[in-house]
Write a new protein. Structure first.
Length: 210
């Protein structure tokens, strides 16, 4: 008789315990599911940010390449101009040497003096052209350094203001080494977000709109 009375209560108690376990497990699974959803959302955001950064980097590299090609063509033209000016300078130097020799013809003397003046002018032009070519090359170097800094910062998740040195960016340079100024200037790489600089006046990398 007692067993018949107690048994239903035991069953009820067992059922309550089972329901409690099921409820607790359900709550735990719901919490884990919510956590997984949150992590999935964060992962999607990270992927989206990474894709956007890669897209921006690709566009920047494309613009950089176009600009480098343009300046490379300008540099080749400047080098050709320098070569031509050197040829003309040599010819005028020979003529100037003849001008130092005595001549009884005043007209020849006047022509030779004019040639000497032209020779000096060509020397000044050649020097200016060479300085311009060095400036173009230096600015190209600064642009490559800045591009390497940005790539290093992107791959290593470095925020603006992070310090960066030559060993960090050398692997990202076309020659695997940090270039030097052709005019003998000294480069300061600067932290991420700040353009590198050269200590020679006029060798300045203009800010590129982002």
């Amino acid at each position: 008789m007692k067993a018949k009375v107690v048994l239903p209560w035991v069953l009820v108690l067992g059922l309550a315990v089972a329901l409690g376990v099921v409820y607790s497990s359900s709550q735990q699974q719901a919490a884990e599911l919510a956590k997984l959803r949150q992590e999935s959302d964060e992962l999607q955001k990270v992927r989206a940010a990474s894709e956007e950064a890669k897209s921006n980097q690709t566009q920047a590299e494309s613009d950089e390449l176009t600009q480098l090609r343009k300046e490379h063509d300008e540099l080749l033209k400047l080098r050709n101009d320098i070569g031509q000016l050197r040829i003309e300078k040599d010819q005028l130097a020979k003529q100037a040497t003849l001008a130092k020799q005595p001549s009884a013809n005043p007209e020849e003397q006047q022509q030779l003096q004019a040639l000497m003046a032209e020779n000096m002018k060509l020397k000044a032009t050649a020097q200016q052209t060479q300085q311009t070519a060095q400036q173009v090359t230096c600015i190209n170097n600064l642009r490559q350094i800045e591009a390497a800094k940005q790539q290093w910062a992107l791959e290593n998740q470095k925020p603006p203001g992070s310090l960066v040195g030559p060993p960090d960016i050398a692997p990202y340079m076309p020659t695997k080494a940090v270039p030097v100024c052709p005019a003998g200037g000294v480069y300061t790489i600067n932290p991420v977000g700040i353009n590198p600089i050269c200590n020679i006046p006029g060798h300045i990398l203009a800010n590129v709109p982002k």
